[in-house]
Write a protein that binds this ligand. Sequence first.
Ligand SMILES: [Zn+2]
Length: 74
Amino acid sequence: MKHLYCSIFGHDYRITKRVTYHVKEYSCKHCKQKVTTNGNGKLTPLTPKYQEINALLEKIHYKRAQRRKPILNR
Ligand SMILES: [Zn+2]
């Protein structure tokens, strides 16, 4: 069921997780609906499929960040 506040004013999303620089997960302050940024930079409901994609993105992003360090020390 949709929260009354959200149906009038729209969702009030807060960032709950930064997956990469461009992909973030959000949760509505009022109804707790979770959304994420998709490949097109638009918000989409955070389904188990997207949770899976984000977990994978986070892993790749973390590995890249790790790999960047030795280059900086050269
Ligand atoms: Zn909401």
